[in-house]
Design a protein around this ligand. Sequence first.
Ligand code: SF4
Length: 328
Amino acid sequence: MRLGLTATVPVEIILAAGLIPVDLNNIFITSESPSRLVSSAEAQGFSHGVCSWIKGIYSAVFEQEINKIIAVTGGDCSNTIALGEVLDSRGIDVIHFSYPLSRRRADLEKEMENLRLILSASWNEIYRIRSRLESIREKLSLIDYLTYRDNIVTGGENHFFLVRSSDFGGDPDGFEKELDEFLELARKRIPMTEEIRLGYLGVPPIFSGLYEKVESMGARVVFNEVQRQFSMPCSRGDMVDQYLAYTYPYSVEGRIKDITHAIEERSLDGLIHYTQTFCYRQLYDILIRERLPIPVLTLEGDKPGPLDSRISLRLETFIEMLRTRKEE
Ligand code: SF4
């Protein structure tokens, strides 16, 4: 049975329960027509002033005929609380999961135990699944390494694989096979030599073509902050440690530390901070701009679709500024 997810949750528990995890964000954005899913939610009463991801997730549940979901109501999106209630009223079975703002081990442990009991998974099986996923998480880290160190993976490819680690496409074995095939191909490539190295911060972009556009301008994204977090690159310790090290659901401090490390490690020249229209996370832009030591370009996206000319122009100007700065 498939279980829809509104955000990254301890996927080991779902797999240990014999369920198929389906990240609703990925289903929405890779659907044949994401715009149609947004419009369909609007036709059913969702206001224009609600984030498009929420509307896309809502429609994806019905389009994919999913009847049970996990709504992440703490540490991800405050809109999900109401979304869960609307889905519940439409007959969808909604399980709640919340990352504690306190980031306290005991609080997270309680949430995970609660989810485990609801899904009837045993800790033995959860840890067996965790070991099974280890090789996949290592390969994702390798793809990341080949992006910023060996320069043979594009920013778009990095995004494509890392963003899918929230549910492993519902099929860890198939996903690992895909990773192996990609790695074999990538290893035969000649390293890329772009002049400008960028980091991408924030939730994945709702528009398409960003990475390609950046690369057409002699730059490359070599750090995808949140997508990398989805892949759980710091999975030392036990399961609770793993999900405490995941920076995205907690305060921005952990994210800033992670980004600061990446700036140094990956020799980044600039950062693109993506913000979503009508998302409360836009406020973090203030702290990101204040606290990070390199230039930040803030891009806002609203609806799905190709990059528009205004955003392309802003990217061009930003990359040009970084190039001039580097040459000085
Ligand atoms: S982009 Fe922001 S408002 Fe939209 S679903 Fe994500 S966290 Fe919620």
